[in-house]
Design a protein around this ligand. Structure first.
Ligand code: LMR
Length: 397
């Protein structure tokens, strides 16, 4: 039965977890998968999360199904977190929220919804984008296209992006990263988002906004600028949000698909279809992650602790970005890699070539994605000199 089945290489990002684990180099450094790391290199459970879990353990009375859209207590905190407390979209009843198994689950819901309810629409992703976008949209049977995002000098190619968006067939879906672009770390500024909005309006495109890293660039509200701009100025928007990262609950798979529609009536129609898509994929989402988020955001005290912890993570990442460029100074490489201090979020498209990435892994035990994407949260004051020296070596310095 299975004799014709071929073995395929594992996922390029998740495969790094295993490869890193097996490496016996005592100086090894993990700059692979996108999880936050503290100064000790651990991905700790946040204090607010621990306290919320203690409360849940004490007060939980049932493990019954939570329904295809997930727990209302989660949805009602995620909507204002993403769209804003005073969102006119919320006031108008134009937004639906569906809890999902992580941001990835939300993306798959969006993809299946587009494939089944908006057949014939193509989907446009940035080049490069998170590699799993390709897998998810293709698996849903949607035709995938790319628009440029970085130029040959490894800088944001906004003009190239905008010209390409202007050529997208009327009505197609365009995937936009709200902040902390994965894999590059290059984000649009507010003025550039305005320009994107205009093109989206002119071409009547459906934006699918991937919002997996809210709070990791500048702040919870600041990072939501693009999401809110699009939601408040367009009739239809799909938003895939994640709490897996900003609450540090990666393995609880905690995301949401938010659909903004023209009015309440249209929103309810779309919502009914999303419930079917969820049902056919996994029926009900897992509950625990959403319960943690709801517990925290329903408590002023826990929310304060969580916000402080998130700020600490963000500040640490931004400081490390600058420190790394500083550490490259003695090798004369600080200008070449100055963009690392400018990029935002966990990821940096370093500009290191696949061959250099291979050498970093083989000779120094430093792991990152072969595209040259590094998770800068894996930097620490201890390992920065080592990484800088290694990068200098593969640059022939
Ligand atoms: C990443 O890009 O490293 C994260 O989004 C984790 C993943 O699932 O790939």
């Amino acid at each position: 039965m299975f004799e014709k089945i071929e073995r395929v290489p594992g996922d390029a990002i998740l495969g790094l977890i295993e490869a890193f684990r097996k490496d016996t180099n005592p100086q090894k450094v993990d700059l692979g998968v996108g999880v936050y790391r503290d100064a000790q290199g651990s991905t700790p459970v946040m204090r607010a999360v621990k306290e919320a879990e203690a409360l849940l353990l004490k007060n939980e009375t049932t493990k019954t199904y939570i329904g295809s859209h997930g727990a209302p207590s989660y949805g009602e905190v995620v909507l204002p977190l993403v769209l804003g407390e005073d969102s006119p979209v919320l006031a108008a009843g134009r937004a639906s929220v569906t809890q999902s198994p992580g941001g990835t689950g939300a993306l798959r819901l969006a993809a299946d919804f587009v494939a089944s309810q908006l057949p014939g629409k193509g989907i446009w992703v940035s080049d490069p984008t998170w590699p799993n976008h390709h897998g998810i949209f293709t698996a849903a049977g949607i035709e995938l296209h790319k628009y440029p995002y970085v130029d040959a000098d490894n800088r944001l190619d906004f003009n190239g992006m905008l010209s390409a968006l202007k050529q997208i067939p009327q009505g197609d879906v365009v995937v936009l990263h709200a902040c902390c672009h994965n894999p590059t770390g290059f984000d649009l500024n507010q003025q550039q988002w305005q320009q994107v909005l205009e093109v989206v309006q002119q071409r009547d495109l459906l934006p699918l906004v991937d919002f997996a890293y809210q709070g990791f660039a500048e702040g919870l509200d600041e990072d939501a600028y693009a999401v809110r701009l699009l939601a408040e100025n367009l009739e239809s928007v799909l938003i895939t949000s994640s709490c897996s990262k900003n609450f540090g609950i990666y393995n609880e798979r905690t995301g949401a698909l938010i659909v903004v529609a023209k009015d309440n009536e249209e929103m309810e129609n779309v919502r009914s279809q999303i419930a079917i898509v969820a049902r056919e994929n996994y029926s009900n989402p897992p509950a625990h992650g959403g319960s943690i988020v709801a517990e925290i955001l329903h408590s002023a005290e826990l929310e304060k602790i969580w916000r402080e912890e998130l700020t600490e993570m963000r500040d640490r990442i931004n400081t490390l970005r600058r420190d790394f460029v500083e550490a490259l100074k003695p090798y004369g490489l600080d200008e070449k890699y100055a963009h690392i201090a400018e990029q935002r979020g966990m990821f940096s498209y370093t500009g290191l070539t696949p061959e250099q990435v291979d050498r970093l892994r083989d000779e120094f035990g430093i792991y990152m994605v072969r595209s040259g994407r590094a998770n800068v949260a894996g930097f620490s004051n201890e390992n920065l000199p080592y990484i800088a020296k290694a990068v200098a070596t593969v640059n022939g310095k």
